[in-house]
Design a protein around this ligand. Structure first.
Ligand SMILES: Nc1ncnc2c1ncn2[C@@H]1O[C@H](COP(=O)(O)OP(=O)(O)OP(=O)(O)O)[C@@H](O)[C@H]1O
Length: 278
């Protein structure tokens, strides 16, 4: 059974349909990324799957239950990191993590979670004194303290510095290695490319492309661009498979110190896919 199974999902706000028939399957243990421009419907879709929002149409099964009617036992099996979590600003980091841990049957020890998100030095600090990035780390800690089978991460690394982002990626890989299923929304294409087994691009309430980071939107089939210098002159060729050209170049006395072979990045493909909406 898949962790998430969605068919024909629909949602309108005041007569305007913002989720317009989405099908989605996320296998157990998979890291799945939802990409798409602002307003595409990512958060709405995620909130429906978390049981925080009612859908207007379609079927949804999350960990085998309908999120619209599932109860507290189901809720204890999922973890949620919201875009804007509510504050309990007077508590310390450790108090807050312990407080949330109390809602779960088999939580991780608070100190372990705080260490995992790199907040040990801030453990006794009040939440209101945290920086934006530290606050997000705390949100992640609260999302994982209950050892969720399925973790929802809505733009989890917004405001992270580059080092914190990389530490967070390591944490996600650890959770994935432990078997946690993860549904991630992000605006960082590199993040999706690094973390996701599969991803889908949403635009205007519909899925416009789905695949792996390597194949999305026909990426693997795009021509490779080979560049090198020939007697000081920059030469470039587009080829499907660069192997033969490279053999030929090696056999000549071309200067290959500046050789590059590139394909469109995930970001190039993404921008092409959502081009109509920009
Ligand atoms: N509570 C609401 N009431 C009315 N309209 C809403 C509500 N929440 C979202 N919308 C609208 O629904 C559309 C989809 O919003 P949603 O937050 O799902 O997009 P998103 O893809 O998550 O965007 P972002 O990348 O900016 O977070 C937007 O046009 C938004 O204005």
């Amino acid at each position: 059974m898949n962790a998430i199974d969605v068919r024909g999902l629909r949602k309108s706000y005041r007569g305007t349909e913002v989720v317009r028939g989405i099908d989605l399957e996320v296998a157990r243990g998979e890291v799945f990324a939802l990409l798409g421009p602002n307003g595409a419907g990512k958060t709405t879709t995620t909130e429906i799957l978390e049981g925080h929002r009612r859908r207007d149409g379609g079927d949804a099964s999350v960990l085998g239950a309908d999120p619209a009617t599932a109860g507290p036992q189901w809720r204890a099996r999922i973890g949620i990191v919201l875009q804007d979590a509510d504050d309990a600003a007077d508590l310390t980091v450790a108090e807050m993590v312990r407080h949330i841990a109390g809602f779960y049957p088999d939580p991780r020890p608070a100190a372990e979670v705080i260490e995992l998100v790199g907040l040990t030095a801030k453990s006794k600090s009040r939440i209101r004194s945290l920086s934006g990035g530290q606050r997000r780390r705390l949100d992640v800690a609260l999302g994982i303290v209950g050892r969720p089978e399925l973790l929802f991460l809505d733009e989890p690394t917004t405001g992270f510095d580059p080092q914190a982002r990389r530490q967070f990626w390591d944490l996600i890989r650890e959770l994935a290695a432990e078997g946690t299923t993860i549904l991630l929304t992000t605006h960082y294409l590199e993040e999706a490319a690094v973390l996701a087994d599969r991803l889908a691009v949403l635009a205007d309430g519909r899925i416009v492309a789905e695949g792996t980071p390597a194949t999305l939107g026909g990426r693997a089939a795009e021509a490779a661009k080979v560049s090198w210098r020939d007697n000081g002159v920059l030469r470039t060729e587009q080829v499907d498979d660069p192997t033969e050209l490279l053999r030929k170049l090696v056999a000549t006395d071309a200067d290959l110190r500046s050789l590059t072979v590139t394909r469109p990045t995930l970001e190039d493909i993404y921008l092409e896919l959502i081009g109509g909406d920009k």
